[in-house]
Structure formats: C-alpha cells, structure tokens
Design a protein around this ligand. Structure first.
Ligand code: PLP
Length: 466
C-alpha cells in the first residue's frame, strides 16, 4: 500500500471511530490528524517521516525520553516472565520490589523533614492503581474511611483549590476547580469546599505580592476554624497547579497550608501526579518547603511514560487505622484489575534506577536556568502577560492587554494559534487556554531546550503580533 493510501486509511478509521479526549470532534474531523508512528529520545515522528520535538513530554509522562534503553530492556525482561498477575490474594515479585524502592525513596525525600517521634508520619504504605485520577480517588476514600475508623463520623468533607485539577473521574472532578472542564458535571458531584487559588498574577483577593502575607490562606483558615470538625482532608497540587494553568504558588504557601492542616486536625492529600519525579527540580514538589503530606498521589512520570501506573502512598497512622478483625469491616474495599501490573512496575523500577545512575535531579539546574533566561526574554513581549517556571515546569500567559492584564477571549484560541505555529516549526506543544505550557522531557538537551524556547518565542510573535 502506498504511503498516501496508508495515511488515507488511518485517517478514515480515526475520524470514523476514535473519540479523542478533551477534543471538540466536529473541529477534529475537519482537519487531518498528525499520525505518530515512532518516537526516540525527545522526538516523535509522524507517518510522513517528519520529526517533532515532544514539548509536552507526551502529555507530561515521558520524562526520560522515548526508547530509553534501560526501560525498554526492563519491560522486555519482565515480559519474558509474566505480563500480569493479580495483587488480590497474591503478591507479585516486581510490584513488591517496586514498593520497597518507593518506600526507600520516600525516606530519602521526606525523612529529613521528620523527627524521630514522627514515626507514624513516614510515608511507607503503597497502594497501587493505574492512573492519576484513580490515585486521587484512592486518596479521598482512604482519608474519609480513616476518620470513620477513628470514630470521627462527621469528617466527610473535602476542601480543595480553585483552578485545581485532579483527574476526570467523578471523585477527582468533585475536588477539581477548573470551571471549563468541571462545571457541566456539577449535578453529579459530591459537595466540596473551595478556597482561592494561590494565583499571584491574578490574585483572587486583588493583593499584590510580595508582602501580601499569604492572605490567600485566610479563607482556608476560616473554613478550617468553623468547619474543621466536618473536614476529612485538604487536597492540593503542591507548588504548581498544573492543568489549571501552571499556576506556581508563592514561597511559604505550602508550608503554611501544612501548618494549618496540623493545627486543625485535617489530613493533607498531595496530588503530585504532575509535579512528582523531578518535574519541579526536586524529586517531589513538597520537598521545596520541607512538607510531608499524609497521603501522596503519584502517576504520570512514574514509568517514564511507558505504562499506566499510579500509587497512593500513605503513612502508618492512616494504614494502621484500617487494621482490625475481619468482622470489624475495617478493610479498604478498593482495587483495580491491573493493580500492581508487573510490566508497569518493571518500567517504574528502571525509571528509579535511571534517576540514580544518571543523577537526573542534579542535572536539572542548568536546564531550569536556561528556561528561566529564555522566559525573561519572552516576558518582554507585549502579549506575554506573565512568564514563570519552577524546575522544568513553566508558563507563559498570553494577554490582549499587558498593562491591564486583560485575557484574550477564550474563543479566540490564542494559545492554539501559537501551538500551530510551533508545530510548523517542528515543536509539539499543547496550551491550556491562553497559557503556553512548558513541559519538556527532563532528559532534554540544553541545545534542544534552547531550540524549543526560541520556537515558542517566534511563534508568539507570529501568532499574537510583534
Ligand atoms: C494528569 C493529572 C491527574 C490525572 O491523571 P490521569 O492519569 O490523566 O487520570 C491528576 N492530578 C494531576 C495533578 C494531574 O496533572
């Protein structure tokens, strides 16, 4: 079959049968899909043989590059032993090894912030699932049931942030705060309490930082004070609210939140699905402020973008509350068909080895510096209202009027216009409304990162005007 016939055939099947995520399909079928056939290092190749820089790390998961030989090898070696066996009633060699490694990693990352008497707060209990949304669902159910077992029946509410994103299942959407994604499902959701997002550029309290005294924690404290006895947990994306617009918290915010949770006896659920595994320059974002969550949700980068896998990690205090006689019904009744999948676990083990062997975290600083320098240049542009980064996670918020910070009307799709220009120049990115998202693979070379930033700069000029 000729290349053109192959393209025609695949395009026809796609348009006839695939319902793409987060996509207006009426628009989609009017265009022609970019069909990816291969990927290597930080690049993806389309069916016509054109290579693109993977500027979104294949939607934030592929942190170490494609066809990473250690991960390729680990998965094929696992495949020669067993592709999948269950954790319901059985243990598995590979998922057991991984849980041990993860617990050691928790100790390395969070141990330094705990005192000897904090034994019950050490993150050492790993619950497996297979995507970020389920990792959050598990966290919510764990927190809720924990309080039941502690005899606190009234603690069933969750507090979360505006602009928060925790996935697309109903529980995750209930604690979500992205209006465009979440509003339509409101009638289906359980009640949650929302507090303002620590979004300094568009401060919800119209205060300017620094010197604002982190007033955005005020509403949180008020809710904790008045309704703390009803609240099971505060759920947040530490340091960066990712899908809500790559919103970076001001220094001190996370630490203050942890303090409030402690003072009012409320669990802290940290959703590090996007920020975990080096993305913010530390292994976990919570480390930036020396904060230890009670429940930690991880997915995305955990397998280097190879296989679906997630973990919800908690401490002995919470885990211990579920122990009892069978008849006491303290069991955590939750699980998934692919819990602890061995292929995914083998990929995750390989990822952790690469992190150590290649000193991935240590290598991030020069890349983050370069991104920062380029962002400074870009922020001189009259349509770049705000540009910021933490580690290799960055944002450029495009505005119609910079002095007033007036957003582009979302219908104008300015972010998409920039992304389209970038694609023509060989860079694949995916904006969030008016925010250009910077999420290159952590393994990107300085040279490719520089190219990415330059393409974005010129694409903004072309799409939004000089
Ligand atoms: C992507 C994401 C999720 C959802 O993960 P899925 O694997 O897409 O279900 C949850 N929380 C955060 C912070 C995320 O970025």
């Amino acid at each position: 079959m000729s290349l053109n016939d192959r393209i025609k055939r695949l395009t026809a099947i796609d348009k006839a049968h695939i319902w793409h995520p987060f996509t207006q399909m009426k628009e989609w079928v009017d265009g022609d899909p970019l069909i990816i056939t291969e990927a290597r290092d930080c690049f993806i190749k389309d069916i016509r043989g054109r290579w693109y820089l993977d500027g979104v790390s294949s939607l934030w998961v592929n942190i170490l590059g494609h066809r990473k030989k250690e991960i390729d090898y680990a998965i094929s070696a696992q495949l020669a032993k067993a592709a999948h066996t269950t954790l319901l009633g059985l243990a598995g060699e590979t998922s057991t090894e991984l849980a041990g490694r993860l617990a050691a990693l928790m100790e390395k990352s969070f141990g330094p912030f705990l005192e000897a008497h904090d034994k019950g707060r050490r993150l050492a209990r790993v619950f497996y699932s297979d995507n970020g949304s389920t990792a959050v669902e598990v966290g919510l159910k764990m927190a809720f049931q924990y309080w039941l077992h502690k005899g606190e029946k009234g603690k069933s509410l969750f507090v979360s942030l505006e602009n928060g994103y925790h996935g697309d299942t109903i529980g995750a959407v209930s604690v979500g705060g992205v209006q465009m994604f979440h509003d339509v499902f409101k009638p289906l959701l359980f009640e949650t309490l929302k507090v303002p997002s620590p979004y300094c550029y568009r401060c919800p309290l119209a205060l300017k930082h620094p010197g604002c005294g982190l007033s955005c924690t005020g509403p949180l404290e008020d809710i904790f004070k008045t309704r703390g006895h009803e609240i099971a947990a505060f759920v947040l994306e530490p340091m960066v609210q990712a899908a809500g617009g790559m919103i970076i918290s001001p220094p001190g915010y996370l630490k203050k939140v942890r303090g409030l949770c402690d003072r009012y006896g409320i669990l802290m659920v940290a959703d590090e699905v996007a920020t975990g595994f080096g993305r913010t320059g530390r292994m976990f974002a919570c480390e930036h402020e020396g904060v230890v969550p009670d429940i930690l949700c991880l997915s995305k980068g955990i397998t280097g973008g190879y296989m679906p896998l997630a973990v919800t990690i908690t401490n002995d205090e919470i885990y211990g509350a579920f122990l009892g006689g069978y008849g006491e019904l303290k069991t955590f009744f939750h699980g998934h068909s692919y819990t602890g999948n061995p292929l995914a676990s083998s990929a995750a083990l390989a990822v952790l080895e690469v992190f150590e062997k290649e000193k991935v975290i240590e290598g991030l600083a020069p890349k983050a510096d370069l991104m920062g320098k380029r962002l400074e240049l870009i922020s001189g542009h009259c349509r770049a209202g705000h540009a910021q980064r933490l580690g290799l996670m960055g944002r450029i918020e495009l505005v119609a009027d910079k002095s007033l910070g007036t957003p582009y009307p979302w219908e104008e799709k300015m972010g998409w216009k920039v992304a389209l220009r970038a694609l023509e120049k060989g860079l694949f990115i995916r904006p969030l409304g008016n925010v250009i998202v910077l999420m290159p693979p952590l393994s990107i070379s300085l040279e490719d990162l520089d190219r990415m930033m330059k393409i974005i700069h010129s694409s903004i000029r072309e799409a939004a005007g000089p």
